[in-house]
Design a protein around this ligand. Sequence first.
Ligand code: 13P
Length: 256
Amino acid sequence: MRQKIVAGNWKMNKTLEEALTLTAELKGMVAAEVKGSVRIILCAPFPYLVPVRNLLGQDSGILVAAQNCSEHEAGAYTGEVSAAMLKSIGMPYVILGHSERRQYFGEDGKVLAKKIDAALKHGITPIFCCGEPLEVRENNGHEALVKKQVEEGLFHLDNASLEKVVIAYEPVWAIGTGKTASSQQAQDMHSVIRKHLASKYGQGTADGIPILYGGSVNAANAKELFACPDVDGGLVGGASLKSREFTEIIKSMVDV
Ligand code: 13P
């Protein structure tokens, strides 16, 4: 059985005070029975990682993760945060290759492959994002592009390393637009990704990799998306900033 995961990506939102309020609300709302069956992750901005983690404590059943890390080990890279630093504050996961990083910060397959290596070297699980822009889907190039993104970011890994990775499929046209992929579109792409992994790593390895869906997931559509056989959870943006809605989304994952 693959790990079920619901991760909230807060992106560049909230003051510290607001972040702690949201964290405290979630801690109170996420029921005990949920915690064992779904891995819940809050991907917070760097300055909030330690305070949010400290507020959650050991037994909340909610983990904290970073939204990015440097491809470099250490040194004169002003403004960057290394995987070693994230490890030193106990971060178990890091989002890598989010479309906003690709689009606004020029991150390409080459640099992402190095970031994946940096995270894995320090025992941090990458949540590797892939997904096509609207014009690519309209020209029916979405499967080829996502396969290429997966190849560029991950295919240099051996089986043992790949097995430590989580993938998130986030179609760019569905991010922050309120326009979610249909469950059929999500399932189709997740299946393409899993088959592509199987072609290189074998079915056993491919079957163990959690593939999350992201892009306008909300309390109303989560259940149908999460019911798809190859959708193992969600990477949630806007709706993860509201405690009640995010809790509803987490609950949708428990029942499937
Ligand atoms: P939204 O849920 O706001 O569409 O964002 C999705 C996303 O980018 C998560 O990483």
